[in-house]
Each structure stands twice: as C-alpha cells, then as structure tokens.
Design a protein around this ligand. Structure first.
Ligand code: 5GP
Ligand code: MG
Length: 208
C-alpha cells in the first residue's frame, strides 16, 4: 500500500482535485454555444498587441493600461503580454453598471479612487465588452479630465447594437450579436469567468 494513502493531507488534496475536475465539466455543460473559441482569442490578442504596440511606439514610459475590473482580467493579462513596450504601467479601475444581472442599463459609476498620475500619460482603457457604451464613455471623460496625453479604448467584444457601435472605441477584438455571453473573464453572477472561450449560457443556467 502506498505510504501516503493514510495521510489526511493527501486525502484532502485528492478530494479537491476531483471536485475541481467535476466543476470544470459542469461549467462546460452550462454553455449553449461557443461564440469565440480560445484559439481565435489567442491569435486576435496577438494581433491587437502588435497593432497597439506599434501605435504606442512613441509612448515608451508614458503608456498606462487601465483594465476595467473584473471582466477584463483575463483579456488584459494576455494583452499586456502581447505588447512589446519596454516600460508601461498597469492601473486597475472598477466600474459598476446598474441594471439586471444579464443586462446593463444607462448609469455607470467608478467604484473607489480613479487611477493616479495619469497626467501626460497615454491611457489605454481595456474592457471586456462594449454594450451600452456607458463604461467607456465615462472613463474616457474622467481620464481626459485628469490631463492624460491621450485616451483610447480597447475591448475584446463589441455588440452589434446601436449604442455600442456609436461609442468611439479604437481597438475591437470581435463583434458579436446582441446576446448575453460569458467566459474569458465575462461572468454571470460572478461565475464562468474561468472559461477559456466566450460562449452563450443555456437558459436553464441563468438562474441564481
Ligand atoms: P456598457 O457600460 O458598455 O453597457 O457595458 C459594459 C459592461 O457590462 C461590461 O464590462 C460587462 O461587465 C457588462 N456586460 C455587458 N454585456 C455583457 C454580456 O453579454 N455578458 C456579460 N457577462 N457582461 C456584460
Ligand atoms: Mg465590466
């Protein structure tokens, strides 16, 4: 018999490993359709990184990337690693949108303090999805008021709806239809952010 079999620590770890595997399986089962596969995300992020890197070639030491938490966590983490900049900064911000769990309505507000020391910096807002446009419009106005040298926005997804299409946004990963999506950072009730792709949630899973 293996000498670790009766070790309670190992038993707990084994239990956790199996529980995690079961959870991951369940997560995939809640997905109706994959809209953007992980390989497509990876190659688009590389292309965006190259494009943005070139556009900000003049901004070495004066580029500040501002990921909007929590939805852009995964996208921003991958995007900054695709940037060739020698010196850049990352400052997080959180924006709350009012409205239901799977929709957003008009009002957006910044939670907590705004990023500091943006004066003279080229600010790149990074968000998960452009929907009503409230988040990007709000942050752009705030950062311009802070004296940023320039403010641009980059989103992984943009919904093909009038409010999103009418919101200025310099870099867009993918356009999708008007539906609620999860994965690669995007959540439903704080779940599904860890999916490696973007997909739509089954109706049955859209309950608390
Ligand atoms: P906006 O301010 O453009 O209306 O919306 C931005 C925020 O609304 C996103 O950062 C995201 O948190 C949330 N959101 C909008 N559409 C979706 C969606 O289809 N799925 C998820 N998970 N969040 C969304
Ligand atoms: Mg968000």
């Amino acid at each position: 018999m293996n000498s670790t079999t009766n070790n309670p620590t190992h038993d707990a770890h084994d239990h956790l490993r199996h529980a995690t595997a079961a959870h991951v399986d369940r997560i995939h089962e809640d997905i109706d359709r994959v809209l953007v596969p992980s390989a497509a995300i990876a190659s688009r992020v590389r292309a965006l990184g190259a494009m943005i890197g070139e556009d900000y070639a003049h901004a070495d030491g004066r580029l500040t990337v501002v990921p909007v938490m929590t939805g852009s966590l995964l996208f921003a983490a991958d995007l900054v690693r695709a940037l060739p900049q020698r010196r850049m900064r990352i400052q997080l911000t959180t924006v709350s949108s009012y409205g239901g769990k799977s929709t957003t309505s008009g009002g957006s507000s910044v939670v907590g303090a705004l990023p500091k020391h943006l004066e003279g910096h080229h600010v790149l807002i990074v968000d998960d999805i452009l929907d009503s446009g409230g988040t990007i419009r709000l942050l752009r106005a705030e950062f311009e008021a802070c004296g940023a040298a320039s403010v641009r926005a980059c989103v992984l997804l943009r919904k093909r709806i009038p409010s999103a299409m009418a919101t200025p946004c310099e870099y867009v990963g993918f356009e999708i239809g008007d539906e609620f999506v999860v994965g690669y950072g995007l959540d439903f009730d704080d779940l599904y952010r860890n999916l490696p792709y973007v997909g739509s949630l089954r109706k049955e899973a859209q309950v608390r």
